[in-house]
Design a protein around this ligand. Structure first.
Ligand SMILES: Nc1nc(=O)c2c([nH]1)NC[C@@H]1CN(c3ccc(C(=O)N[C@@H](CCC(=O)O)C(=O)O)cc3)C=[N+]21
Length: 300
């Protein structure tokens, strides 16, 4: 059997298209332009690339993009002052503070200083609590993108066995909540899980989100299962030439694709969906802030 490739890049383009339609409607009918503020502390090259790509796509869908680049040794007080200003700015509907932050800054404190209504990452404790209790919230972008692809591929997820590998606050835990919300039987596996291969072999849906290159081999996958690969790992690729690298996921793509029913590639899978969902969340936040009807199909 050879897996269907779930084309996250193409799917993300359709999500951005929907976002763009809603943005133009907001502009024409309501005179409102959604705005997304991205805060980057320090000069991590990978983070700079992501921030640039987010800014570009924000503008492409017709929204306003506000980039705040702060010095690596910015004080916590100064960062909190900026967040307070953005919280109060009516032109800003979404705020994203790029993670990880430099070590001298308390990540939890900073995230929880964001107005939950503008927390388009869905990382604020109040959004985490709302999601956990099945109430309307801002949903973390990566798990939301995974859910959209799964719903698109399967229709209903009800009754399916899902295994999420990884228990992070930004992917594993919210992913499990979303799958539970769609009536999957959910297992969260992690580094201490006993007999991980056996646990994964039971799954109809495998979400790999650990950040370990190619750690899930094909012989862990139940024939026909769907593999959602959240990992984006850069590894050496001497076969491409000296000093060259390539991106791989947390699943071993070739062997998994032989047994899976469907699989997301890396790159071109979950990554582009994460950014598309960030834009979707910004439109949702803008509609909620203005008491307007929310776009359909762009939230959980
Ligand atoms: N507050 C916060 N929110 C985030 O959502 C957040 C963050 N901090 N910090 C960094 C990570 C990383 N992240 C990615 C998004 C898209 C791709 C993406 O589109 N990747 C392409 C490949 C890009 C390449 O070629 O390097 C792909 O998978 O096809 C990757 C990584 C969001 N993050």
């Amino acid at each position: 059997m050879s897996a269907t490739i779930i084309d996250g890049k193409a799917f993300a383009a359709t999500v951005r298209e929907k976002v763009a339609v809603h943005v133009s409607r907001l502009k024409e009918q309501n005179g409102i332009t959604p705005g997304l503020a991205v805060v980057l502390v320090g000069e991590d090259p990978a983070s700079q690339v992501y921030v640039r790509s987010k800014g570009k796509m924000t503008v492409e869908v017709g929204m306003n993009s506000y980039e705040h680049k702060l010095d690596i040794d910015t004080s916590e007080a100064d960062l909190l002052t900026l967040i307070d200003t953005l919280n109060k700015d009516p032109a800003v509907h979404g705020i994203l503070v790029q993670l990880p932050l430099p070590k001298h800054l308390d990540e939890d404190l900073v995230i929880n200083a964001i107005d939950p209504a503008k927390d388009v990452d869905g990382f604020h404790i109040s959004n985490v609590g709302l999601l956990g209790t099945g109430q309307k919230s801002m949903v973390p972008c990566t798990p939301l993108g995974c859910l959209m692809m799964l719903r698109d591929h399967h229709g209903s997820l009800s009754g399916m066995d899902a295994v999420v590998i990884g228990r992070s606050n930004i992917v594993g835990k919210p992913m499990a909540q979303l799958l539970l919300g769609d009536s999957c039987t959910v297992t969260i596996a992690h580094s201490r899980t006993k007999d991980l291969p056996e646990v994964v072999r039971r799954a109809d849906i495998v979400v790999a989100a650990v950040g370990r290159p190619e750690m899930v081999p094909g012989d862990w996958i139940k024939p026909g299962a769907t593999v959602i690969d959240v990992g984006i790992n850069r590894i050496d690729a001497p076969e491409k030439g000296e000093g060259k690298t390539r991106l791989v996921g947390d699943a071993h793509y070739e062997s998994c694709a032989e047994v899976a029913g469907a699989i997301t590639p890396v790159p071109g899978g979950v990554g582009p969906m994460t950014i598309a969902c960030l834009l979707a969340n910004t439109v949702t936040a803008c509609c909620r802030a203005n008491g307007l009807e929310e776009p359909e199909g762009l939230t959980a």
